[in-house]
Design a binder for this molecule. Sequence first.
Ligand SMILES: Cc1cc2nc3c(=O)[nH]c(=O)nc-3n(C[C@H](O)[C@H](O)[C@H](O)COP(=O)(O)OP(=O)(O)OC[C@H]3O[C@@H](n4cnc5c(N)ncnc54)[C@H](O)[C@@H]3O)c2cc1C
Length: 493
Amino acid sequence: MKSQNHKSIVVGAGIAGLAAAVRLRAAGHEVVVYDQNNWPGGKLAEYSSEGYRFDMGPSLFTMPQLIEELFDLAQVEIQPYFQYSKEETVCRYYFEDGTRFNAYADRNRYIQEACKTFDVDAQTLRKYLQRNAFKYNRTKSLFLEKSLHRLKTYLSIDTIKGILAMPRLDMLSSLDQVNRRTFKDPRLVQLFNRYATYNGSTPYRAPGIMSLIPHLEMDLGTFFPRGGMVSIPRAVHQLAIDIGVRFELSTKVDEIVCDSGHVVGVRAGERIERADHVVCNADMYSAYKNLMPRVDAPQKAMNQERSSSGIIFYWGIQRSFPELQLHNIFFAQDYQREFDWIAEGGEWHNDPTVYLNITSKKEAADAPAGCENWFVMINVPAKADEDWEERVAIARKAVIQKLSRLLNCDLAALIAVENVLTPPLIQSRTSSHLGALYGSASNDRMAAFFRHPNFHSTIDGLYFCGGSVHPGGGIPLCLLSGKIVAEIIASKT
Ligand SMILES: Cc1cc2nc3c(=O)[nH]c(=O)nc-3n(C[C@H](O)[C@H](O)[C@H](O)COP(=O)(O)OP(=O)(O)OC[C@H]3O[C@@H](n4cnc5c(N)ncnc54)[C@H](O)[C@@H]3O)c2cc1C
Protein backbone atom coordinates (compact mmCIF):
# COMPACT_ATOMS: atom_id res chain seq x y z
CA MET A 1 0.00 0.00 0.00
CA LYS A 2 1.32 3.47 -0.93
CA SER A 3 1.63 6.29 1.60
CA GLN A 4 -1.50 8.05 2.84
CA ASN A 5 -1.32 11.57 1.46
CA HIS A 6 -5.01 12.09 0.87
CA LYS A 7 -8.14 11.45 2.80
CA SER A 8 -11.34 10.38 1.06
CA ILE A 9 -14.81 9.88 2.52
CA VAL A 10 -17.36 7.73 0.70
CA VAL A 11 -21.02 8.39 1.54
CA GLY A 12 -22.79 5.06 1.05
CA ALA A 13 -21.59 1.48 1.17
CA GLY A 14 -23.52 0.43 -1.94
CA ILE A 15 -21.54 -1.74 -4.34
CA ALA A 16 -20.16 1.33 -6.16
CA GLY A 17 -19.14 2.99 -2.89
CA LEU A 18 -17.37 -0.18 -1.76
CA ALA A 19 -15.53 -0.45 -5.09
CA ALA A 20 -14.48 3.21 -4.95
CA ALA A 21 -13.27 2.74 -1.37
CA VAL A 22 -11.08 -0.25 -2.27
CA ARG A 23 -9.62 1.54 -5.28
CA LEU A 24 -8.86 4.74 -3.36
CA ARG A 25 -7.31 2.78 -0.49
CA ALA A 26 -5.21 0.79 -2.97
CA ALA A 27 -4.04 4.14 -4.35
CA GLY A 28 -2.82 5.08 -0.87
CA HIS A 29 -5.67 7.24 0.45
CA GLU A 30 -6.95 7.15 3.99
CA VAL A 31 -10.56 6.06 3.36
CA VAL A 32 -13.68 6.21 5.51
CA VAL A 33 -17.08 4.87 4.38
CA TYR A 34 -20.33 6.00 5.99
CA ASP A 35 -23.62 4.17 5.60
CA GLN A 36 -26.93 4.78 7.35
CA ASN A 37 -27.71 1.04 7.26
CA ASN A 38 -26.13 -1.54 9.53
CA TRP A 39 -25.14 -3.68 6.52
CA PRO A 40 -22.81 -3.02 3.59
CA GLY A 41 -24.23 -3.37 0.07
CA GLY A 42 -27.28 -1.06 -0.03
CA LYS A 43 -29.72 -2.70 -2.45
CA LEU A 44 -27.74 -5.96 -2.17
CA ALA A 45 -29.47 -6.91 1.07
CA GLU A 46 -30.69 -10.18 2.57
CA TYR A 47 -33.77 -11.45 4.40
CA SER A 48 -34.11 -14.73 6.30
CA SER A 49 -37.08 -16.38 7.98
CA GLU A 50 -37.98 -19.90 9.14
CA GLY A 51 -35.14 -21.62 7.30
CA TYR A 52 -35.50 -19.62 4.06
CA ARG A 53 -32.84 -17.10 2.94
CA PHE A 54 -33.52 -14.50 0.24
CA ASP A 55 -31.38 -12.03 -1.67
CA MET A 56 -33.60 -8.96 -1.53
CA GLY A 57 -32.12 -6.98 -4.44
CA PRO A 58 -30.13 -8.00 -7.51
CA SER A 59 -30.22 -11.62 -8.58
CA LEU A 60 -28.35 -11.60 -11.90
CA PHE A 61 -24.55 -11.43 -11.71
CA THR A 62 -22.52 -10.59 -14.81
CA MET A 63 -18.95 -9.38 -15.43
CA PRO A 64 -17.31 -10.93 -12.33
CA GLN A 65 -13.95 -9.74 -13.63
CA LEU A 66 -14.83 -6.32 -12.16
CA ILE A 67 -14.81 -7.89 -8.68
CA GLU A 68 -11.61 -9.80 -9.49
CA GLU A 69 -10.01 -6.50 -10.47
CA LEU A 70 -10.56 -5.08 -6.97
CA PHE A 71 -8.70 -7.98 -5.39
CA ASP A 72 -5.91 -7.75 -7.99
CA LEU A 73 -5.50 -4.04 -7.26
CA ALA A 74 -5.31 -4.70 -3.53
CA GLN A 75 -2.92 -7.62 -4.20
CA VAL A 76 -5.11 -9.96 -2.17
CA GLU A 77 -6.01 -13.54 -3.18
CA ILE A 78 -9.76 -13.58 -4.03
CA GLN A 79 -10.52 -17.26 -3.30
CA PRO A 80 -10.86 -17.05 0.50
CA TYR A 81 -13.27 -14.11 0.11
CA PHE A 82 -15.31 -14.83 -2.97
CA GLN A 83 -16.10 -17.71 -5.31
CA TYR A 84 -18.51 -17.97 -8.21
CA SER A 85 -19.44 -20.33 -11.02
CA LYS A 86 -20.71 -19.88 -14.55
CA GLU A 87 -24.34 -20.77 -15.29
CA GLU A 88 -25.14 -23.24 -18.08
CA THR A 89 -28.72 -22.04 -18.46
CA VAL A 90 -29.11 -18.29 -18.59
CA CYS A 91 -32.90 -18.23 -18.20
CA ARG A 92 -36.04 -20.31 -18.70
CA TYR A 93 -38.88 -18.53 -20.51
CA TYR A 94 -42.62 -19.17 -20.32
CA PHE A 95 -45.00 -17.66 -22.88
CA GLU A 96 -48.76 -17.45 -22.46
CA ASP A 97 -49.32 -19.56 -25.60
CA GLY A 98 -47.62 -22.55 -23.93
CA THR A 99 -44.14 -22.04 -25.49
CA ARG A 100 -41.24 -22.90 -23.18
CA PHE A 101 -37.67 -21.94 -24.00
CA ASN A 102 -34.43 -22.70 -22.20
CA ALA A 103 -31.81 -20.07 -23.03
CA TYR A 104 -28.55 -21.99 -22.84
CA ALA A 105 -25.23 -20.21 -22.31
CA ASP A 106 -23.59 -22.26 -25.03
CA ARG A 107 -24.05 -20.29 -28.29
CA ASN A 108 -24.66 -23.29 -30.58
CA ARG A 109 -27.07 -24.93 -28.18
CA TYR A 110 -28.94 -21.64 -27.78
CA ILE A 111 -29.32 -21.21 -31.53
CA GLN A 112 -30.34 -24.85 -32.04
CA GLU A 113 -33.01 -24.58 -29.33
CA ALA A 114 -34.24 -21.19 -30.60
CA CYS A 115 -34.60 -22.50 -34.18
CA LYS A 116 -36.66 -25.44 -32.88
CA THR A 117 -38.87 -23.19 -30.72
CA PHE A 118 -39.31 -19.99 -32.75
CA ASP A 119 -39.85 -19.08 -36.37
CA VAL A 120 -36.23 -18.04 -37.01
CA ASP A 121 -33.25 -19.37 -38.91
CA ALA A 122 -29.78 -19.83 -37.46
CA GLN A 123 -28.17 -17.26 -39.72
CA THR A 124 -30.56 -14.44 -38.75
CA LEU A 125 -30.01 -15.14 -35.07
CA ARG A 126 -26.25 -15.46 -35.43
CA LYS A 127 -26.03 -12.17 -37.32
CA TYR A 128 -28.14 -10.39 -34.69
CA LEU A 129 -25.93 -11.67 -31.87
CA GLN A 130 -22.78 -10.69 -33.78
CA ARG A 131 -24.13 -7.19 -34.28
CA ASN A 132 -24.87 -6.94 -30.53
CA ALA A 133 -21.26 -7.90 -29.80
CA PHE A 134 -20.07 -5.27 -32.28
CA LYS A 135 -22.17 -2.58 -30.56
CA TYR A 136 -20.73 -3.52 -27.18
CA ASN A 137 -17.11 -3.71 -28.30
CA ARG A 138 -17.28 -0.41 -30.19
CA THR A 139 -18.92 1.61 -27.42
CA LYS A 140 -17.87 0.16 -24.07
CA SER A 141 -14.87 2.42 -23.85
CA LEU A 142 -16.92 5.60 -24.49
CA PHE A 143 -20.19 4.79 -22.71
CA LEU A 144 -19.11 2.49 -19.89
CA GLU A 145 -15.47 2.73 -18.98
CA LYS A 146 -14.73 6.46 -19.01
CA SER A 147 -16.29 9.70 -17.89
CA LEU A 148 -18.52 11.03 -20.68
CA HIS A 149 -17.97 14.52 -19.35
CA ARG A 150 -14.21 15.03 -19.78
CA LEU A 151 -12.57 16.26 -22.95
CA LYS A 152 -9.83 13.63 -22.56
CA THR A 153 -12.38 10.87 -23.23
CA TYR A 154 -13.07 12.24 -26.71
CA LEU A 155 -9.41 12.29 -27.66
CA SER A 156 -8.85 8.54 -27.49
CA ILE A 157 -8.71 6.16 -30.47
CA ASP A 158 -11.40 3.93 -28.91
CA THR A 159 -13.79 6.87 -28.63
CA ILE A 160 -13.17 7.94 -32.20
CA LYS A 161 -13.84 4.35 -33.35
CA GLY A 162 -17.07 4.38 -31.32
CA ILE A 163 -18.18 7.67 -32.85
CA LEU A 164 -17.38 6.45 -36.37
CA ALA A 165 -19.48 3.33 -35.71
CA MET A 166 -22.56 5.43 -34.77
CA PRO A 167 -24.51 4.68 -37.98
CA ARG A 168 -24.33 0.96 -37.15
CA LEU A 169 -25.38 1.35 -33.52
CA ASP A 170 -29.14 1.77 -34.16
CA MET A 171 -29.26 4.96 -32.08
CA LEU A 172 -32.15 6.34 -34.14
CA SER A 173 -34.42 3.32 -33.76
CA SER A 174 -36.00 1.97 -30.60
CA LEU A 175 -34.96 -1.45 -29.31
CA ASP A 176 -38.41 -2.75 -30.28
CA GLN A 177 -38.00 -1.42 -33.83
CA VAL A 178 -34.60 -3.11 -34.18
CA ASN A 179 -36.00 -6.39 -32.89
CA ARG A 180 -39.10 -6.21 -35.10
CA ARG A 181 -36.96 -5.48 -38.14
CA THR A 182 -34.84 -8.54 -37.34
CA PHE A 183 -37.36 -11.16 -36.23
CA LYS A 184 -40.80 -11.98 -37.57
CA ASP A 185 -41.74 -14.19 -34.61
CA PRO A 186 -43.35 -11.89 -31.98
CA ARG A 187 -42.17 -14.18 -29.18
CA LEU A 188 -38.54 -13.59 -30.14
CA VAL A 189 -39.16 -9.85 -30.38
CA GLN A 190 -40.59 -9.97 -26.86
CA LEU A 191 -37.67 -12.02 -25.59
CA PHE A 192 -35.09 -9.55 -26.92
CA ASN A 193 -37.20 -6.52 -25.93
CA ARG A 194 -36.95 -7.68 -22.34
CA TYR A 195 -33.33 -6.55 -22.13
CA ALA A 196 -34.48 -2.91 -21.88
CA THR A 197 -35.65 -3.76 -18.36
CA TYR A 198 -32.05 -4.53 -17.35
CA ASN A 199 -31.65 -0.84 -16.66
CA GLY A 200 -35.29 -0.10 -15.98
CA SER A 201 -36.22 1.23 -19.43
CA THR A 202 -38.99 0.55 -21.93
CA PRO A 203 -38.09 -1.24 -25.19
CA TYR A 204 -40.55 0.98 -27.05
CA ARG A 205 -38.42 4.10 -26.43
CA ALA A 206 -34.95 2.86 -25.38
CA PRO A 207 -32.52 3.17 -28.31
CA GLY A 208 -31.57 0.14 -30.40
CA ILE A 209 -28.00 0.23 -29.08
CA MET A 210 -29.43 -1.45 -25.99
CA SER A 211 -29.35 -4.73 -27.89
CA LEU A 212 -25.75 -4.88 -26.67
CA ILE A 213 -27.13 -6.06 -23.29
CA PRO A 214 -27.88 -9.63 -24.47
CA HIS A 215 -24.22 -9.80 -25.50
CA LEU A 216 -23.20 -9.30 -21.86
CA GLU A 217 -25.45 -12.12 -20.78
CA MET A 218 -25.15 -14.53 -23.71
CA ASP A 219 -21.49 -14.12 -24.70
CA LEU A 220 -19.75 -12.94 -21.55
CA GLY A 221 -21.88 -15.20 -19.35
CA THR A 222 -24.01 -15.18 -16.23
CA PHE A 223 -22.63 -16.31 -12.91
CA PHE A 224 -23.74 -17.38 -9.46
CA PRO A 225 -21.77 -16.25 -6.41
CA ARG A 226 -21.35 -18.93 -3.76
CA GLY A 227 -23.47 -17.88 -0.78
CA GLY A 228 -25.83 -15.81 -2.92
CA MET A 229 -25.69 -12.23 -4.20
CA VAL A 230 -25.00 -10.74 -0.75
CA SER A 231 -21.64 -12.45 -0.81
CA ILE A 232 -20.57 -9.85 -3.43
CA PRO A 233 -20.72 -6.76 -1.16
CA ARG A 234 -19.67 -8.83 1.84
CA ALA A 235 -16.49 -9.93 0.07
CA VAL A 236 -15.63 -6.40 -1.06
CA HIS A 237 -16.48 -5.01 2.40
CA GLN A 238 -14.17 -7.54 4.07
CA LEU A 239 -11.43 -6.79 1.55
CA ALA A 240 -11.82 -3.07 2.26
CA ILE A 241 -11.54 -3.64 6.03
CA ASP A 242 -8.50 -5.89 5.57
CA ILE A 243 -6.62 -3.27 3.57
CA GLY A 244 -7.41 -0.54 6.07
CA VAL A 245 -10.67 1.18 5.09
CA ARG A 246 -12.61 2.43 8.13
CA PHE A 247 -16.39 1.87 8.12
CA GLU A 248 -18.97 3.95 9.98
CA LEU A 249 -22.08 1.81 9.52
CA SER A 250 -25.43 2.77 11.11
CA THR A 251 -24.30 6.38 10.68
CA LYS A 252 -26.36 8.68 8.50
CA VAL A 253 -24.52 11.55 6.85
CA ASP A 254 -26.64 14.69 7.31
CA GLU A 255 -24.61 17.01 5.14
CA ILE A 256 -21.85 16.99 2.56
CA VAL A 257 -20.07 20.13 3.72
CA CYS A 258 -18.79 22.45 0.99
CA ASP A 259 -17.28 25.90 1.27
CA SER A 260 -16.15 28.40 -1.39
CA GLY A 261 -16.12 25.89 -4.25
CA HIS A 262 -14.37 23.13 -2.28
CA VAL A 263 -15.58 20.07 -0.44
CA VAL A 264 -14.77 20.20 3.27
CA GLY A 265 -16.03 16.82 4.50
CA VAL A 266 -19.23 15.35 5.90
CA ARG A 267 -21.41 16.07 8.90
CA ALA A 268 -23.11 13.26 10.81
CA GLY A 269 -25.17 14.71 13.63
CA GLU A 270 -22.96 17.28 15.36
CA ARG A 271 -19.69 15.73 14.17
CA ILE A 272 -17.86 17.01 11.09
CA GLU A 273 -15.21 14.77 9.56
CA ARG A 274 -12.92 16.56 7.13
CA ALA A 275 -11.50 15.08 3.91
CA ASP A 276 -9.82 16.12 0.66
CA HIS A 277 -12.35 14.20 -1.42
CA VAL A 278 -15.95 13.17 -0.81
CA VAL A 279 -17.42 10.47 -3.04
CA CYS A 280 -21.20 10.47 -2.92
CA ASN A 281 -22.61 6.96 -3.49
CA ALA A 282 -26.06 8.01 -2.29
CA ASP A 283 -28.66 8.52 -5.04
CA MET A 284 -27.69 11.87 -6.56
CA TYR A 285 -31.25 13.30 -6.57
CA SER A 286 -31.72 12.64 -2.85
CA ALA A 287 -28.19 13.83 -2.12
CA TYR A 288 -28.76 17.26 -3.73
CA LYS A 289 -32.12 17.64 -2.00
CA ASN A 290 -31.11 16.43 1.46
CA LEU A 291 -27.33 16.50 1.91
CA MET A 292 -26.30 19.61 -0.01
CA PRO A 293 -29.36 21.75 -0.71
CA ARG A 294 -27.25 24.85 -1.37
CA VAL A 295 -25.01 23.19 -3.99
CA ASP A 296 -25.95 23.72 -7.67
CA ALA A 297 -27.61 20.59 -9.05
CA PRO A 298 -27.45 19.97 -12.82
CA GLN A 299 -31.10 20.34 -13.79
CA LYS A 300 -30.98 18.01 -16.80
CA ALA A 301 -29.82 15.15 -14.58
CA MET A 302 -32.28 16.03 -11.81
CA ASN A 303 -35.21 16.05 -14.24
CA GLN A 304 -34.23 12.88 -16.09
CA GLU A 305 -36.90 10.18 -16.19
CA ARG A 306 -36.39 7.63 -13.39
CA SER A 307 -35.94 3.94 -14.19
CA SER A 308 -38.70 1.52 -13.33
CA SER A 309 -39.09 0.15 -9.82
CA GLY A 310 -40.40 -3.20 -8.66
CA ILE A 311 -42.75 -5.04 -6.35
CA ILE A 312 -40.91 -8.07 -5.05
CA PHE A 313 -42.48 -10.92 -3.14
CA TYR A 314 -40.20 -13.20 -1.12
CA TRP A 315 -42.03 -16.48 -0.77
CA GLY A 316 -40.93 -19.59 1.07
CA ILE A 317 -42.50 -22.36 -1.04
CA GLN A 318 -43.24 -25.75 0.55
CA ARG A 319 -42.49 -27.77 -2.57
CA SER A 320 -39.83 -28.04 -5.22
CA PHE A 321 -40.35 -27.50 -8.95
CA PRO A 322 -37.74 -29.46 -10.95
CA GLU A 323 -38.67 -27.73 -14.24
CA LEU A 324 -37.74 -24.28 -12.86
CA GLN A 325 -34.24 -22.85 -13.16
CA LEU A 326 -32.27 -20.24 -11.20
CA HIS A 327 -33.76 -17.48 -13.43
CA ASN A 328 -37.26 -17.79 -14.94
CA ILE A 329 -39.46 -15.37 -16.87
CA PHE A 330 -43.23 -15.66 -17.31
CA PHE A 331 -44.11 -13.20 -20.04
CA ALA A 332 -47.19 -10.99 -20.20
CA GLN A 333 -49.40 -11.65 -23.20
CA ASP A 334 -49.48 -7.94 -24.12
CA TYR A 335 -46.00 -6.51 -23.49
CA GLN A 336 -46.74 -3.06 -24.90
CA ARG A 337 -49.68 -2.56 -22.52
CA GLU A 338 -47.45 -3.55 -19.62
CA PHE A 339 -44.93 -0.83 -20.55
CA ASP A 340 -47.74 1.67 -21.13
CA TRP A 341 -48.37 1.32 -17.41
CA ILE A 342 -44.74 1.19 -16.31
CA ALA A 343 -43.33 4.01 -18.42
CA GLU A 344 -46.16 6.04 -19.96
CA GLY A 345 -48.60 6.55 -17.09
CA GLY A 346 -51.20 4.22 -18.64
CA GLU A 347 -53.69 1.95 -16.89
CA TRP A 348 -52.57 -0.94 -14.68
CA HIS A 349 -53.18 -4.19 -16.50
CA ASN A 350 -53.64 -7.47 -14.80
CA ASP A 351 -51.09 -9.63 -16.60
CA PRO A 352 -47.59 -8.50 -15.54
CA THR A 353 -44.42 -10.21 -16.72
CA VAL A 354 -43.12 -12.15 -13.72
CA TYR A 355 -39.46 -12.76 -12.98
CA LEU A 356 -38.79 -15.69 -10.64
CA ASN A 357 -35.38 -16.32 -9.09
CA ILE A 358 -34.68 -19.39 -6.93
CA THR A 359 -31.24 -19.45 -5.31
CA SER A 360 -32.01 -22.71 -3.48
CA LYS A 361 -31.51 -24.34 -6.90
CA LYS A 362 -27.81 -23.54 -6.34
CA GLU A 363 -27.54 -23.27 -2.55
CA ALA A 364 -29.50 -26.04 -0.84
CA ALA A 365 -29.17 -24.24 2.51
CA ASP A 366 -31.33 -21.35 1.22
CA ALA A 367 -34.54 -23.35 1.86
CA PRO A 368 -35.63 -26.30 4.04
CA ALA A 369 -35.33 -29.74 2.39
CA GLY A 370 -37.88 -30.23 -0.40
CA CYS A 371 -38.74 -26.48 -0.41
CA GLU A 372 -37.65 -23.45 -2.48
CA ASN A 373 -37.00 -19.75 -1.81
CA TRP A 374 -38.84 -17.73 -4.45
CA PHE A 375 -37.91 -14.14 -5.29
CA VAL A 376 -40.86 -13.02 -7.42
CA MET A 377 -40.67 -9.63 -9.07
CA ILE A 378 -42.82 -7.50 -11.36
CA ASN A 379 -41.74 -4.16 -12.84
CA VAL A 380 -43.72 -1.12 -11.74
CA PRO A 381 -43.30 2.62 -12.23
CA ALA A 382 -41.09 4.58 -9.82
CA LYS A 383 -43.85 6.84 -8.53
CA ALA A 384 -44.83 8.51 -5.27
CA ASP A 385 -48.54 9.14 -5.96
CA GLU A 386 -49.63 5.53 -6.00
CA ASP A 387 -51.50 3.50 -3.37
CA TRP A 388 -48.79 0.85 -3.05
CA GLU A 389 -50.64 -1.19 -0.44
CA GLU A 390 -53.56 -1.60 -2.84
CA ARG A 391 -51.18 -2.29 -5.79
CA VAL A 392 -49.41 -5.02 -3.81
CA ALA A 393 -52.72 -6.74 -3.02
CA ILE A 394 -53.81 -6.62 -6.69
CA ALA A 395 -50.38 -7.71 -7.97
CA ARG A 396 -50.18 -10.58 -5.49
CA LYS A 397 -53.48 -11.98 -6.72
CA ALA A 398 -52.51 -11.60 -10.40
CA VAL A 399 -49.07 -13.18 -9.93
CA ILE A 400 -50.43 -16.13 -7.95
CA GLN A 401 -53.09 -16.76 -10.60
CA LYS A 402 -50.59 -16.59 -13.45
CA LEU A 403 -47.96 -18.83 -11.85
CA SER A 404 -50.56 -21.31 -10.60
CA ARG A 405 -51.91 -21.61 -14.15
CA LEU A 406 -48.54 -21.85 -15.91
CA LEU A 407 -47.02 -24.23 -13.35
CA ASN A 408 -50.19 -26.20 -12.81
CA CYS A 409 -50.32 -25.87 -9.01
CA ASP A 410 -52.21 -24.10 -6.23
CA LEU A 411 -49.47 -21.61 -5.40
CA ALA A 412 -51.29 -19.74 -2.62
CA ALA A 413 -51.48 -22.96 -0.60
CA LEU A 414 -47.70 -23.50 -0.92
CA ILE A 415 -46.58 -20.13 0.52
CA ALA A 416 -45.16 -20.76 4.00
CA VAL A 417 -43.18 -17.52 4.47
CA GLU A 418 -43.87 -14.11 2.95
CA ASN A 419 -42.29 -10.67 2.76
CA VAL A 420 -42.64 -7.88 0.22
CA LEU A 421 -40.54 -4.96 -1.05
CA THR A 422 -42.19 -1.91 -2.63
CA PRO A 423 -40.93 1.34 -4.24
CA PRO A 424 -41.38 3.37 -1.01
CA LEU A 425 -39.45 0.73 0.96
CA ILE A 426 -36.64 0.73 -1.62
CA GLN A 427 -36.48 4.52 -1.29
CA SER A 428 -36.40 4.47 2.52
CA ARG A 429 -33.78 1.68 2.71
CA THR A 430 -31.34 3.07 0.13
CA SER A 431 -32.34 6.73 -0.56
CA SER A 432 -33.13 5.81 -4.19
CA HIS A 433 -35.41 8.57 -5.51
CA LEU A 434 -38.97 7.18 -5.94
CA GLY A 435 -37.59 3.67 -5.42
CA ALA A 436 -36.05 3.53 -8.92
CA LEU A 437 -33.97 0.35 -9.24
CA TYR A 438 -31.39 1.75 -11.67
CA GLY A 439 -31.28 5.54 -11.21
CA SER A 440 -32.37 7.19 -14.44
CA ALA A 441 -33.90 5.34 -17.39
CA SER A 442 -32.36 5.08 -20.87
CA ASN A 443 -35.59 5.98 -22.58
CA ASP A 444 -34.11 8.31 -25.17
CA ARG A 445 -30.95 8.37 -27.22
CA MET A 446 -29.43 11.27 -25.23
CA ALA A 447 -30.00 9.62 -21.84
CA ALA A 448 -26.36 8.58 -21.43
CA PHE A 449 -25.21 12.17 -21.95
CA PHE A 450 -27.73 13.69 -19.51
CA ARG A 451 -26.92 11.24 -16.71
CA HIS A 452 -25.09 12.95 -13.83
CA PRO A 453 -21.28 13.07 -14.29
CA ASN A 454 -18.92 11.36 -11.85
CA PHE A 455 -17.76 14.73 -10.50
CA HIS A 456 -19.27 18.09 -9.67
CA SER A 457 -18.48 20.75 -12.23
CA THR A 458 -17.79 23.57 -9.76
CA ILE A 459 -17.16 22.00 -6.34
CA ASP A 460 -13.60 20.81 -6.18
CA GLY A 461 -13.18 17.41 -4.49
CA LEU A 462 -16.83 16.31 -4.86
CA TYR A 463 -17.39 13.07 -6.80
CA PHE A 464 -20.28 10.71 -7.52
CA CYS A 465 -20.58 6.97 -8.07
CA GLY A 466 -23.46 4.47 -8.12
CA GLY A 467 -26.53 3.59 -10.11
CA SER A 468 -27.91 7.15 -10.34
CA VAL A 469 -24.85 8.58 -12.13
CA HIS A 470 -22.73 7.74 -15.17
CA PRO A 471 -22.54 5.04 -16.54
CA GLY A 472 -25.84 3.93 -14.91
CA GLY A 473 -27.47 1.22 -12.81
CA GLY A 474 -26.83 -2.48 -12.33
CA ILE A 475 -23.90 -4.06 -10.50
CA PRO A 476 -21.34 -4.00 -13.36
CA LEU A 477 -21.98 -0.36 -14.24
CA CYS A 478 -21.90 0.63 -10.57
CA LEU A 479 -18.52 -1.11 -10.22
CA LEU A 480 -17.36 0.81 -13.29
CA SER A 481 -18.53 4.11 -11.79
CA GLY A 482 -16.34 3.41 -8.75
CA LYS A 483 -13.45 2.79 -11.11
CA ILE A 484 -14.04 5.99 -13.11
CA VAL A 485 -14.17 8.08 -9.91
CA ALA A 486 -10.92 6.58 -8.58
CA GLU A 487 -9.24 7.21 -11.94
CA ILE A 488 -10.39 10.84 -12.07
CA ILE A 489 -9.15 11.44 -8.51
CA ALA A 490 -5.83 9.76 -9.35
CA SER A 491 -5.44 11.99 -12.41
CA LYS A 492 -5.84 15.08 -10.23
CA THR A 493 -3.62 14.12 -7.28
C1 LIG B 1 -35.11 -5.51 -6.43
C2 LIG B 1 -33.89 -5.14 -7.23
C3 LIG B 1 -33.44 -5.99 -8.23
C4 LIG B 1 -32.30 -5.67 -8.96
N1 LIG B 1 -31.81 -6.58 -9.86
C5 LIG B 1 -30.58 -6.40 -10.37
C6 LIG B 1 -29.90 -7.47 -11.02
O1 LIG B 1 -30.44 -8.58 -11.14
N2 LIG B 1 -28.65 -7.25 -11.50
C7 LIG B 1 -28.02 -6.05 -11.36
O2 LIG B 1 -26.86 -5.91 -11.81
N3 LIG B 1 -28.64 -5.02 -10.71
C8 LIG B 1 -29.88 -5.17 -10.20
N4 LIG B 1 -30.47 -4.18 -9.48
C9 LIG B 1 -29.84 -2.84 -9.44
C10 LIG B 1 -28.67 -2.80 -8.46
O3 LIG B 1 -29.08 -3.29 -7.23
C11 LIG B 1 -28.20 -1.38 -8.27
O4 LIG B 1 -27.94 -0.75 -9.52
C12 LIG B 1 -26.94 -1.32 -7.43
O5 LIG B 1 -26.92 -2.25 -6.39
C13 LIG B 1 -26.85 0.10 -6.87
O6 LIG B 1 -25.66 0.24 -6.15
P1 LIG B 1 -25.18 1.65 -5.65
O7 LIG B 1 -23.72 1.57 -5.49
O8 LIG B 1 -25.73 2.71 -6.52
O9 LIG B 1 -25.76 1.83 -4.20
P2 LIG B 1 -27.12 1.48 -3.47
O10 LIG B 1 -27.28 0.01 -3.38
O11 LIG B 1 -28.22 2.28 -4.00
O12 LIG B 1 -26.74 1.98 -2.02
C14 LIG B 1 -26.58 3.32 -1.68
C15 LIG B 1 -26.14 3.34 -0.23
O13 LIG B 1 -26.02 4.69 0.19
C16 LIG B 1 -26.46 4.76 1.54
N5 LIG B 1 -26.84 6.12 1.85
C17 LIG B 1 -27.70 6.92 1.17
N6 LIG B 1 -27.81 8.11 1.77
C18 LIG B 1 -26.98 8.07 2.85
C19 LIG B 1 -26.65 8.99 3.88
N7 LIG B 1 -27.20 10.22 3.93
N8 LIG B 1 -25.78 8.61 4.84
C20 LIG B 1 -25.22 7.38 4.82
N9 LIG B 1 -25.51 6.46 3.87
C21 LIG B 1 -26.37 6.81 2.91
C22 LIG B 1 -27.66 3.82 1.55
O14 LIG B 1 -27.94 3.40 2.88
C23 LIG B 1 -27.17 2.68 0.68
O15 LIG B 1 -26.53 1.68 1.43
C24 LIG B 1 -31.62 -4.45 -8.73
C25 LIG B 1 -32.08 -3.58 -7.73
C26 LIG B 1 -33.19 -3.93 -6.97
C27 LIG B 1 -33.65 -3.02 -5.85
